[in-house]
Write a protein that binds this ligand. Structure first.
Ligand code: NIG
Ligand code: FE
Length: 407
């Protein structure tokens, strides 16, 4: 007798395996009609078709679509305030980096984040996570990066740890003190970089407060040389490298980060063939952020070229108060179809298995297979084409996290 059986699944659609899928395998979705899933101890124990076994609890999916829970591998989840006042500037055509250079952008969020208490930040992020769960996200990465001093960066990492312990969405923590140079260090970049390398990274690593180290390698933020030093210091402290690369200017960030063994390079809007080849060689996952391109009114990452070159493509929301104030991976899938020209099958792998691999969770999340966590979505949709065809609405009907119905 199983703990739970989800019965009467019209169509079960999932990628398979514990590793990211590249090339034509990215679109290789297994589809099972008239399916059921059994769950024991929070894990998937069997997936079958036809008549289902008995269980202590049965949930009738009503003939709907089932997929794995969505995994968001790139968010800036914890921050104070919002930046709706930048909308008018954006509409007047003021570029993102100009807003930052004028002390707005990331820096204005830093001011509000420093002023907020740990409790306020926790409550605000918990409310966001609850909405993300309703939108189908069952695992989520969260970066620091709006503190930009020792105390406030660690404050953000502690908030993420506490959120992970107290609400259903599994969180994966990334230290990103290298988001931009804070105002106190204008004119002393080296001083801030040393603070990151000598104080913040060792504290994040030894305190078990982060698993990854990310850096915004960009004009107006950190150079490739500075970023490499920071990523190497992260590795020395046990933090795996990630990089915000090729978001705005092509300064060689993707090649730099791949050579440092980056698990993922993220954004990649202006990534060229050299960057794609560097990711292929190092086995780096391309974490594309389609909603950010939309919101910055910028170009789109060459995701199709990446797939053709054999680089696994994941999608993240990039949820943050400036360049992407949405937390909908469903929207990312819509944009992925229309702007990256990816198929619904490729998009589903991008927000499940490949996204899980981008945060080193593909052994436990990202597919509906025995042994994985029972993170299961039931959709108000008959198939995955329908998920990508409808947009601007939330099509999630029910959410199971580790076998518990949470939405
Ligand atoms: O991923 N690019 C850097 N960081 C964020 C934006 C942060 C902000 O504007 O507050 C991003 O786009
Ligand atoms: Fe980002």
């Amino acid at each position: 007798m199983h703990d739970l059986v989800i019965s009467n699944i019209g169509l079960l659609a999932t990628a398979t395996g514990a590793n990211a899928k590249a090339g034509s395998a990215q679109g290789g979705i297994t589809a099972v009609e008239n399916a059921w899933i059994s769950v024991d101890g929070g894990f998937i124990t069997e997936v079958g078709a036809g008549s289902c076994p008995s269980a202590a609890e049965t949930f009738d999916a009503g003939g709907r679509l089932a997929t794995p829970g969505l995994v968001d591998p790139h968010t800036h989840l914890v921050f104070g305030g919002w930046r709706e006042h930048e909308l008018a500037m954006k509409l007047r055509g003021v570029p993102y980096l100009d807003i930052l250079a004028a002390g707005g952008g990331i820096l204005s969020t830093v001011t509000k984040t420093r002023a907020a208490s740990e409790r306020e930040l926790f409550d605000k992020a918990a409310a966001v996570l609850d909405r993300m769960l309703s939108l189908g996200v069952t695992t989520c990465e969260a970066k620091s990066g709006y503190g930009l001093n020792f105390e406030d960066e660690l404050k953000l990492l502690r908030v993420v740890k506490k959120l992970d312990e107290t609400q259903p969405v599994d969180l994966v923590s990334t230290f990103m003190g290298a988001h931009t140079i804070p105002p106190e260090y204008t004119g002393d970049r080296e001083g801030y970089i040393r603070l990151i390398i000598e104080d913040m990274i060792p504290a994040a690593g030894s305190g078990g407060l982060a698993e990854f180290c990310d850096v915004f390698c960009e004009t107006g933020a950190f150079t490739t040389e500075e970023s490499l030093r920071i990523l190497c210091a992260g590795k020395d402290a046990g933090l795996a490298p990630k990089c915000h690369s090729d978001e705005i200017d092509a300064i060689g960030a993707t090649a730099m980060a791949s050579s440092a063994g980056a698990v993922s390079c993220e954004h990649l809007i202006v990534c060229d063939a050299g960057g794609i080849e560097a990711m292929r060689k190092s086995g780096t996952i391309a974490c594309c952020l389609p909603a950010t391109s939309f919101y910055l009114d910028a170009g789109y990452a060459p995701a199709r070229d990446m797939i053709n070159a054999g680089v696994p493509v994941a999608f993240g929301s990039d949820f943050n108060p400036g360049s992407c104030p949405t937390n909908s991976l469903q929207l990312a899938m819509n944009i992925g179809c229309f702007k990256y020209r990816m198929t619904p099958e490729e998009c589903l792998t991008a927000v499940t298995l490949n996204a899980a691999a981008a945060i080193r969770r593909s052994g436990s999340a990202g597919t509906l297979e025995p042994g994985k966590d029972a993170d299961i979505l039931i959709w108000d949709a008959p198939n995955i084409e329908y998920m990508c065809y409808r947009f601007g609405d939330n099509l999630v009907n029910s959410v199971f996290k580790k076998g518990i119905k949470v939405k």
